[in-house]
Design a protein around this ligand. Sequence first.
Ligand code: MOS
Length: 744
Amino acid sequence: MTKTSTLLGKPINRVDGRLKVTGEAKYAAEFNAPGLTYGYVVSGAIARGRIKKLDTSAALAVPGVLHVFTHENRPRLAWFDRNYQDEDAPSGSPFRPLHDDEIVYSGQPIALVVAETLEVARYAASLVQVEYKLHSHETDLRARRGKAYAPGEGKGGFEPPPKPRGQADKALANAAARVDAEYSSPVEHHNPMEPHATTVVYEDDGTLTVYDKTQGVMNTQKYVSKVFHLSPEEVRVRSPFVGGAFGSGLRPQYQLFLAVMAARELKRSVRVALTRQQMFTFGHRPTTLQRVALGASAEGKLEAVIHETVSETSRFEDYIEVIVNWSGLLYQCDNVRLDYKVAQLDTYTPIDMRAPGATVGVYALECAMDELAYAVGIDPLELRLKNYAERDQNEDKPFSSKELWACYQQGAERFGWAKRTPAPRSMREGKQLIGWGMATGVWEAMQQPASAKAVLSIDGKLTVSSATADIGTGTYTVMTQIAAETLGLPVEDVTFKLGDSSLPMSPLEGGSWTVSSVGSAVKAACETVRERLFELARKVKDSPLAKARLDEVSFAGGHIRSKEDPSRAVSITAAMRHGEVLHLEEQTVSLPDKHKQSAYTLCTHSAVFVEVKVDEDFGTVKVTRVVSAIAGGRVLNPKTARSQILGGIVWGLGMALEEESVLDQKLGRFMNHNLAEYHVPVNADVQDIEVLFVEEEDTIVNPLGAKGLGEIGIVGVAAAIANAIFHATGKRVRDLPITPDKLL
Ligand code: MOS
């Protein structure tokens, strides 16, 4: 009978956990259809040039091969760029698979072999002979630096960094303490466990059911409709489970195009799954070169912040990230100059990867802050506290809420930061150099329009749905909790459906906005059902609630009860039976309250504390302890929330120490395109990680007060590790990843 929530905030298990561990959860490449055929992609071998000759005769001669699609025999398709531009497309001309003979990046799909079996398709693909005309390419960002430009000026809706405030260069020159350094971060590829795949089921009536690995079924549906001139009714997209994506599923990838094209032409069901190697042949986290210059007073008050970044884009699209803006927001400083440019390389267009922009930008800023702490001669945490921003100076707005101070305090306390001895190489255990480092993290709290439908049936079972995704984040679970909580039902009586374009409209699952956006819609839809149910309960013959108001009753255990006198109750079943309704169905659209939100800056924050042990002889680094304190608003499920942050921290570890897609500049090609040579953290790399959530109340971000936790977990982690390595070794490595060779 209490007003406080019973379900929200509880660490309930994933409602889809059982399906996942028993293999019942089906992924895009696991759906079957009678007569299914298999497409295998032939990837181009050069970075730039033309296809002089493409000989498919040997491939076609293999028994079981149905067709080899190339630019020479592909069907005519949509012409305008806008048809290929998806919800996440930057400005420019999206890549069109098999469009013509031009090669614009290494690994570009140049043919699709379709056969009765995967083995035959794969074998036949190896027989496709290609002759190229080579053109010179440029894939080295350092070499192209002089050609960098401010992207999308006046187009694509990109807002350049905030205008300079004060006189940063002058303030830097006059500062008592100064840091001026260049940091770099390499290309990273997403490498989700599940490679990208699409199974297109060619239905009897010629319509398509498309099982796609995607973070947005509606995005996929719109793309397919527009490119292939189909009505939305002719394309149903489903994606009930996604084995990780991290941003790689925000845009339709080429296997989708190829599978749909083949199915339409052959009038057969077709599956195209990319190999692990081919997972390195589309979007990636762009490489960056970043200059950060900080000036401070002798006491450590920030007097100048300069952050200039050059990042990469492709020749065909202007991919942009908010990399430098955080440096004008995170600390109080009156003299700030931020600059962001991109240079075009002969690679595929980069794509969002977990906390795009912040991950790399805050890395550079937070390492520079550590360097400044040493230059001033104060503790790195004290430097942050001294320059704490109570207000967003970029926008000149207050924060809707900001419990970063509590993150610093609780994180430091839990970690034992006070016991740190400041001098590098001052904490050792034999040959192991021990280092303690810390950094701040920040990300946006965003909300998008979203819709949800709630259907309550007379037996008290509730089904709620929205065309969103669960990429491992816990969407199924948290939406179920929100719905169950709102109608006072046990979790077992609630089903949440997602990943189907026939469901109510949802934005892409990205930007950490799914709980905020879809969760708000789920809550609103269930609240409307609640109101209707209450009306029915009041009208029941001799209803004990006839005179009650909605705020005077509670919904729990399938009953509506007077809070004052719990004996006065009406069951859901009785209310609906009396009202002669079998189902109560409500669909709502939930929009961000722009008016309320625009007066504030909405952010999540973190404070990350790290211990490393560096082997003095071998330069190997072990991250032995991490404490991350998170301020992300209300935590709806501490278990799934913790998993989100854990995953981010582990990735931060990979970013700091291991991950790098290595380009052979001569070939213009990523060489370590496999999980043997593209290193990601394994179990042995992951030691003691602790996640703390600090209390943070926020009534501005959305009706749930939850800010979103998908991305904040990674931000700041690489910097904290780099800073810990400096503390351990006295060596400042500014170019990620910090591999042993750089420490020897
Ligand atoms: Mo996220 S990079 O918006 O999937």
